[in-house]
Every structure is written in C-alpha cells, then in structure tokens.
Design a protein around this ligand. Structure first.
Ligand SMILES: *Cc1c(COP(=O)(O)O)cnc(C)c1O
Length: 394
C-alpha cells in the first residue's frame, strides 16, 4: 500500500468512527425533533458567573497563557470545595491541576499512568471517551457490565473481582454514572476500595455529576475511603455543575506524585486553556449551598417530569439517582433493538434519544436500553413527553 491507500486513521482509533451524537444530532435537525440525545443544558448557568467571566476578560485576567497548573484562584477554590463538601484536603499548589474539561483530564491521566498492555477495568456502559483514551494510551480495556437489578443498574462485585488480573493497572470509575444514572452505594465503594488496596490498583474516578445526586446520602468520593487518597485520581469539571459546558474548565485532584504525572501528559495536550473562565469558575465553586441545592432540586423535578412521561408512554424506566440522564427499556413497547429504535424515533415521535448499546463492548447487554437527557427546559420536556405518549401509549 502507498501512503495514501493505507487507511488514514490508525489502528488504535479505527474502531471509533464518528460518534453517535453526530448522527443523532443531524437527525434531530433534519426532522425538527426535540433533541434529548446529547447531554447539555438548554439554558445557561448563573448570570453572576457569566458576569465574572466578562469581568475577567475586560480586566485582562487570563487573556494570555495562564500558569500550566491553572490559575491560583481556581486551584484554591477547587481545594476549598473538596474540603467543604467532602472533608478532603488537597494542597492547591501541588495536588490540584486545572484541565480543558474532564475530557482532557481523562485523556491526560490515562496517557500518563498507562504502559502499553496495561489493563484498565471500566464499568460498562461507559462514557464514550474512555475507550478511545485507553486505546490512545496503548492500554487494554476490560469492561465490567452494570446489570439491571431491582430497578437500577448495579455493579456485580464478584464480576469486578474476577476481572482483576496481574496486568490490571487501574480501575476507571464513574459515579454518578452516565448513562445509567446509577450512583454507587457506600457498600459498593467500600468493596471497590478494599479491592484496590488488596490488588494495589490505581483508581481514576470521574465525578463530574457530583452535585447531581438525588439520594439524600449525596455524593461520596472514592478518595475518602481508607487507603484510597494515595492511589486515586479524582476528576471533575465545571461544565455539568454550573451549566456552562462550553467553557471546558475541569480539574484533577490527587497526591502530588499522581498530579505531577498527569501534568506531564497534560502539558503536551492543550498546555493551558480557558484563561478567563478559570477565574469565573473559581467564583462559581464558592457559591453558597443554596445554589447547589437549587440546581439539584431543579434537575430532580425535571427527572420526575420526563420519567413520568416515559412511563406513561409505556417504557420501563430506571429511575436515576444521579446525573441528568434517564435510561429506559424499550421491550415493553415490543422493541428490542435500541439502535434501530433510536434511528426511527425522530420520524415516529419527533424525539431524539441515544441507544445505550454504543457505550458497551458487549453490545447485546445494552441492546434494549435508550438514554434520554432531562437537562432541558420544563416546556421542552413536557412537549417531548407528550410526543412520546402520542406515539406509543394506547
Ligand atoms: C460530560 C462528561 C464528561 C466531560 O466533561 P467536560 O468537562 O465537558 O470535558 C466526562 N465524563 C462524563 C461522565 C461526562 O458525562
């Protein structure tokens, strides 16, 4: 083969063509459907935070390359937030790293921590960038499937234990979990932590939905468990919590050794990003509890509205305890192939959803499930629910 007949996309990435979101968003546009596919809010976050970004821009803060680890104001605010909500203490100078969203944090962490051939255990269905980043880092992904149990997708701890081999380097977790809406329980997290200590594994936890937990128990970071602080890289982001997903301000917290390793990879990806927005997010993290409580209550009401609509339409709904996604089973509608269902849904009902199967290696395990985002205005959700009822309820 000559240089132009060989496929341009290398073998590591060949399996990750264009994402389902591109296909479904195009379909939404073409059919004039309500897009509950991609998870971004249709209203912006707090006005005062937007004004903080404007002020930073005007005052010339962050318009030139900010410091590599992030502006000190934001690193201090991240450390203060981890202490305020979880009692975790991190040194803002050595144990906090600002990234271009959680997406870059995930990429940099995996690129930094993995040697080619290392195995990474990830909960399946998984967030779409995990598989691609593990592949880019030369790692091997080992999915452990979350399975429906008493109305929620749960982790089978025996299956998790059985997945660990001598080549396992790290566990890649996500709680609250996208797309299932599952929040790992204290008991599950305890067992995961014990396993990580016993098998000497690193843990990377994606906690971008930390402020969207509808269970009164709230979010429990894995780093708070015994023996975990020194082996855990915690990843979060401002996008979901403050409804500014376009700003791409994320962060990593962990020991100085882990954060230094992640920074070594991050410096060659974006180097730095989102200068003025970093100052605005520093202010956002210091908002009073009423903001975080109000945000969660608002999303909980939206969850209940869409869940009720889906149930009325005939879906079996897995009521999420976290995130802004709801997963539904299409089998009560006489359907079994979520991908075909989602491709037809815009014509049938004027609504776009995402087939969960695309987030699985074991596609058959995810075939009958579809994901709807409820981070949309109430009138949009009510309209979508009505369209689904009309299309399916008899
Ligand atoms: C949205 C999302 C991300 C990406 O966050 P950004 O800050 O926008 O890069 C990462 N992980 C999960 C589970 C998400 O849902």
């Amino acid at each position: 083969m000559t240089s132009t007949t060989r496929p341009f996309l290398n073998r590591r990435l060949a399996e990750f063509g264009t994402t389902i979101f591109a296909e479904m968003s195009a379909l939404a546009l073409r059919t004039g459907s309500i897009n509950l596919g991609q998870g971004f809010p249709d209203t912006d976050g707090p006005e005062e935070i937007r004004e903080a970004a404007v002020r930073a821009l005007r005052d010339g803060r962050g318009n030139q390359y900010p410091p590599g680890p992030g502006v000190p104001e934001l690193r201090t605010a991240v450390a203060a937030h981890q202490r305020r909500y979880y009692g975790l203490s991190y040194d803002p100078d050595t144990e906090v790293l600002v990234t271009a969203g959680a997406t870059e944090a995930i990429a940099a962490t995996l690129l930094a921590l993995l040697e080619p051939g290392d195995e990474v255990i990830a909960l399946e269905p998984y967030y779409d960038s995990y598989a691609a980043c593990i592949a880019m880092a030369g790692g091997t992904r080992v999915p452990v499937t979350l399975r429906p149990h008493e109305g929620a997708f749960r982790l089978d701890l025996d299956e998790l234990r059985a997945a660990v081999t001598d080549r396992t380097r790290l566990l890649l977790l996500n709680t609250p979990h996208n797309p299932t809406g599952t929040v790992l329980t204290r008991a599950e997290l305890t067992a995961i932590a014990e396993l990580a200590v016993e098998r000497d594994l690193l843990v990377v936890t994606d906690e971008v939905y930390e402020h969207l937990v509808f269970d009164p128990a709230g979010h429990i970071p894995l780093a708070t468990f015994p023996g975990m602080r020194e082996r855990t890289v915690t990843i979060s982001s401002s996008g979901k919590t403050f409804s500014y997903t376009g700003w791409k301000v994320g962060w990593v917290t962990g020991t100085a050794e882990l954060v230094t390793a992640v920074r070594s990879a991050k410096q060659f990806l974006t180097y730095v990003s989102s200068g003025p927005f970093q100052y605005a997010v520093a202010e956002a993290l210091a908002l009073p509890n009423t903001y975080f409580e109000g945000f969660r209550a608002d999303m909980q009401a939206k969850r209940d509205l869409l869940s009720a609509g889906l149930t009325d339409a005939g879906f079996t709904v897995f009521q999420p305890t976290g995130t802004y996604f709801v997963t539904a089973d299409i089998r009560p509608l006489g359907e079994s192939d979520g991908l075909a269902f989602c491709r037809a849904l815009p014509e049938r009902a004027g609504v776009v959803a995402i087939p969960n199967a695309v987030f699985y290696d074991h596609r058959e395990a995810g075939a009958p499930y579809v994901r709807f985002a409820f981070c949309k205005r109430v009138e949009v959700l009510a309209d979508a629910a009505e369209r689904l009822r009309k299309a399916f309820a008899h």
